[in-house]
Ligand binder design. Sequence first.
Ligand code: NAI
Ligand code: XMP
Ligand code: K
Length: 505
Amino acid sequence: MDGASLIDDGFPATTLFNQGYSYTYDDVIFLPHYIDFPVDAVSLATKLSRRVALAIPCVSSPMDTVTGSSMATAMASLGGIGIVHYNTPTVDQASLILRAKSHKIPFTHEIVFKSPSDSISSAEDFCSAPCIFVTDAGSESSKFLGFVKKSDWDKLDDKEVRVSEYMTKSSTTLPSSYSFEDVAGYLAKDRAEFVPLVRDYGEGVEEIVNLVTSEDVERIEGFPKLGLPSLASDGSFLVGAAIGTRDSDKMRLEHLVKAGVNVVVLDSSQGNSIYQIEMIKHVKNNYPELDVIGGNVVTAYQAQNLIQAGVDGLRVGMGSGSICTTQEVCAVGRGQATAVYKVASIAAESSVPVIADGGISNSGHIVKALALGASTVMMGGFLAGSNEAPGTYENQGGWRVKKYRGMGSLEAMTKGSDARYLGDTAKLKIAQGVVGAVADKGSVLKFIPYTMQAVKQGFQDLGASSLQSANDLLRSGVLRLEVRTGAAQVEGGIHGLVSYEKKSF
Ligand SMILES: NC(=O)C1=CN([C@@H]2O[C@H](COP(=O)(O)OP(=O)(O)OC[C@H]3O[C@@H](n4cnc5c(N)ncnc54)[C@H](O)[C@@H]3O)[C@@H](O)[C@H]2O)C=CC1
Ligand SMILES: O=c1[nH]c(=O)c2[nH+]cn([C@@H]3O[C@H](COP(=O)(O)O)[C@@H](O)[C@H]3O)c2[nH]1
Ligand SMILES: [K+]
């Protein structure tokens, strides 16, 4: 359909976003366009940064209640990517990256090890694992001797008895290079409940890196089929990592590169700083093969500075996050729809991909972010209640919840990021985030594919079969938008019902 013959209706983005208002996703609505392809013809393939391609536009936030190794593994297996947080010592961050990259299957378990002479005195020793593995030295890198099932331990009268006296002896392990289908095949054939996966480093050095249970297999097989995973050239999952802009972060980066990190995000609320520009140059000079993403920014001016410094991607959003109090505390930031449109407009001139970071709470927000020019969306709260997020579920007022906290909350700062907030000499700590909880959402392996299907339906309504096509339609003024009044937003939501059940898939 020829855009030029459109009847004038709604506003082109350039008009809408130049009126002096800061709009967020909910403030604006796209007018539907023309459908001339089926929904399955929509491709959401995209780029995270200049050289990092993804099959789906999903990125998990570098937050310590969002992205550890399980989330990074799951996001990469879905075709997106996880950015491992840095609120932890360098060695721990590097081992999270190594762990995520050493898998071929879409999930990881927490594994607990004991030696034969140990005892298991409390049910808490099992953490969330269905069994405890027994190895020679009680660590992941020693010989596998067998296991203790939680159900067997429950039956013990004397919990102080040594593990060797009641463990089930076994020497069966599978290589961590096995695919999910290979492992599922083994478990079915041997009717085994679980099996450890072992990574072989050569010269007799091995490490138990994961465990797969028959319950996992059944669960995953019930989920939508996975698309193309995000893989590095060596076949390992793509994994990103956040770092800061202090001198000590240069040393951190060196370790992360050794651990195989594929892209690095300079994690700052206000990225247009001398510190960040120096760090961008440091990364470019020392690791020319590594893409570096700068941010956060919300204006064309901030973006331009970082583009000139050489960034390969930009992260957009200031104060838009669900746990953020930056706009309230510091009086700076921008409505996220406006921020994404403005930054993406300038970044497109240099072919720098943009990440729309924060404020995503439904598939419609993702459609809006991408159609306004973002190449990917970064999500914290949307993913924090999943099985793959760090932490365990708790009960709160009848809800099954997981903790979700801002990296600028007092609690997170106390855990590790003090230096950032205190400055080196300042003495007063000011929080820019809160500690909260989000509801259990199940596995990202299930709800992200459904969310992506909803995004594809949105793209079909816009008449865009790809991100590039949506962008062309937006920039040529064919795609039109309007601002929704308060009443229009109420009308666009569920209203006027005494009760309802909202089930999305
Ligand atoms: N997207 C958002 O709206 C926000 C995000 N956050 C998150 O909270 C965390 C911390 O963010 P920030 O506080 O911005 O961390 P940051 O480490 O960038 O900044 C903290 C303070 O340290 C200073 N600083 C940074 N590098 C320096 C250097 N080399 N020498 C001297 N001073 C230096 C900064 O200017 C700032 O005053 C991040 O994970 C970030 O993503 C926090 C607030 C808002
Ligand atoms: O003002 C802030 N104070 C904080 O303590 C904080 N921690 C994270 N972030 C940012 O919020 C994003 C996640 O937002 P959502 O939960 O809305 O996805 C993240 O991706 C970050 O950009 C913070 N912002
Ligand atoms: K906020």
